[in-house]
Design a protein. Sequence first.
Length: 69
Amino acid sequence: MLRAIFRASGAITDIKFEKVIPTDLPEDMVWAFTEECIKAARQIKFEPAMKDGHPVSMYMQLEYNFRLN
């Protein structure tokens, strides 16, 4: 899981690692998945949230799922 700010300007900033489930994954795997999630988050296109007719920034939690075979 990541946490990021979806800005009124349409940019995504302050992308931070939040947590990983399951918690017993090897650290190198956690970092590899985190890097891929951050890359994907940076490519998100969105319309800013509106309040009183004006675009506003907001925090969002992003969850990415991986399947290991």
